[in-house]
Design a protein around this ligand. Structure first.
Ligand code: LLP
Length: 432
């Protein structure tokens, strides 16, 4: 065991100004997280409505009067209440499945602001999206183009299409969340794009409207975006020579957030450079589409969990908590770093802990090697859990998924009930 003296609690958790300490207790806006955890039980996802709005507004301020549609990459957090907030703020949505389409429609999102991405769209998903009237399909391969043409022709409709090209750009992020490299499964190789566009223009039921790329997630540098943009603009030049005119350019690739000591890139820093490049190349008239997910929700949420046991072994000290890899998969899957904060810090004498869950896997950890002062029974917050947290949760070890709560000022709303044992076995049956 190692003990050292540290500041009992920071004034504001890293990168999340709507989570702060008030009289020694961590709050989301005006609501005590200790109160929430004790009242509603843990594990519990807690989001801040104001944090969602602030993040969205940082895009709007960066956009100013430019023609830009922000399509929230809803895979990051698709709770209906979250979608509704972004719909209210005027956001569009980037969807990747028929299920996500159904969620946007259920939340009252505008279908005319939906772009449909994903490498494996099925015919029924295409049909549902056509019938809903989505803005465009981001088509990722020639076979997909042909299927979409067949589906829309059959329905007597026209599918607006943007080809997702793979610009072969290194986003310098975790290999699992890099999407714009040649070896990734996404998009059409940029060299093959002109031929694919010519095919698209000739197919029935297809109207070519744009070009799209997505280079990866948790990006903290401008250069990969500008490289991708440069390649897309060269392609647009080439397409113009072939008589193919585009209306929009979708520059996908998610801005990073601060988990630990990253320096995130503000939307304004990126967009000023993008607008300048569009202007310089004579494409200021093109509508720009963005697909941010993580940067809109990541630091708007925490996962509350209660310390069950403190287990000291010869090699390690374990804080065994009631949240696990099934609730927050990012550490197990990407060795991702999430901050850990006791909700009511009580001591400055810390011990080096691995924070682990009850699941029967050694990969079941939430944080490793952290200096923490912990007592059994206390609630801790796993930070930056608003993106790719609940949405990636599962039921491994027959663990019901957590409840989700949205704080709004001094109030809170349960926006998803905790799963029950009945939920877990719904749809299962035994042989007669
Ligand atoms: N649009 C498309 C087509 C995407 O593939 C993604 C993310 C986004 C938008 C949103 O990107 P963001 O702004 O969130 O970076 N589960 C991983 C992240 C996977 C991201 C995949 N694509 C994680 O927990 O880090």
């Amino acid at each position: 065991m190692t003990a050292q003296s540290t500041q009992i609690h920071p004034a504001t958790p890293a990168g999340a100004p709507h989570f702060h300490f008030q009289q020694g207790v961590l709050h989301a806006e005006g609501v005590s997280l200790e109160h929430l955890g004790k009242t509603l039980g843990t594990p519990l996802y807690v989001y801040s409505r104001a944090a969602l709005a602030t993040a969205f507004t940082s895009y709007l301020e960066a956009i100013g009067t430019h023609k830009v549609l922000v399509c929230y990459g809803m895979k990051a957090n698709s709770n209906l209440a979250v979608l509704k907030e972004f719909a209210r703020l005027g956001s569009g949505f980037d969807i990747v499945s028929g299920g996500e389409l159904a969620r946007v429609l259920a939340a009252g999102g505008n279908p005319a602001k939906i772009v449909f991405s994903g490498v494996g769209k099925q015919a029924w998903e295409m049909q549902a999206a056509l019938e809903a009237g989505v803005k465009c399909f981001n088509v990722e391969s020639v076979p997909e183009l042909k299927r979409l043409s067949a589906v829309s022709t059959e329905l007597g409709m026209t599918a607006r299409v943007s080809l997702r090209v793979n610009p072969d750009v290194d986003a310098k992020t975790h290999p699992y969340i890099s999407t714009g490299l040649k070896e990734n499964k996404f998009g059409i190789a940029i060299e093959e794009a002109p031929a694919a566009y010519q095919l698209a223009s000739s197919l029935p039921g297809i109207a070519v409207v744009g070009v799209d790329c997505h280079i990866g997630s948790q990006i903290t540098e401008v250069a990969p975006y500008l490289d991708a943009l440069d390649k897309l603009l060269k392609l647009i030049d080439e397409l113009a020579g072939l008589g193919i005119e585009l209306k929009h350019l979708d520059l996908g690739g998610g801005l990073g957030i601060r988990y630990d000591d990253e320096t995130p890139l503000a939307p304004k820093i990126l967009l000023d450079k993008v607008f300048a490049q569009l202007q310089a190349r004579g494409y200021a008239h093109l509508e720009l589409v963005l697909e941010p997910g993580r940067s809109l929700v990541g630091n708007a949420g925490v996962l509350l969990t209660t310390v069950q046991f403190l287990k000291h072994t010869e090699a390690r000290n374990f804080a065994i908590v009631d949240a696990a890899m099934n609730d927050l998969m990012r550490p197990a899957l990407y060795e991702a770093w999430h901050g850990v904060l006791p909700v009511v810090p009580h001591s400055s004498a810390t011990t080096l802990y691995d924070v682990v869950g009850p699941v029967c896997e050694s990969a079941d950890w939430l944080a490793r090697g952290r200096q923490l002062a912990l007592n059994e029974g206390e609630i801790i917050a796993i930070e930056s859990a608003g993106a790719y947290g609940f949405v990636m949760a599962g039921n491994y070890n027959s663990r019901p998924r957590p409840a989700e709560v949205m704080v709004d000022g001094d109030h809170y709303h349960v926006i998803r009930q905790r799963e029950t044992f009945e939920d877990l076995i719904r749809g299962e049956s035994c042989l007669p």
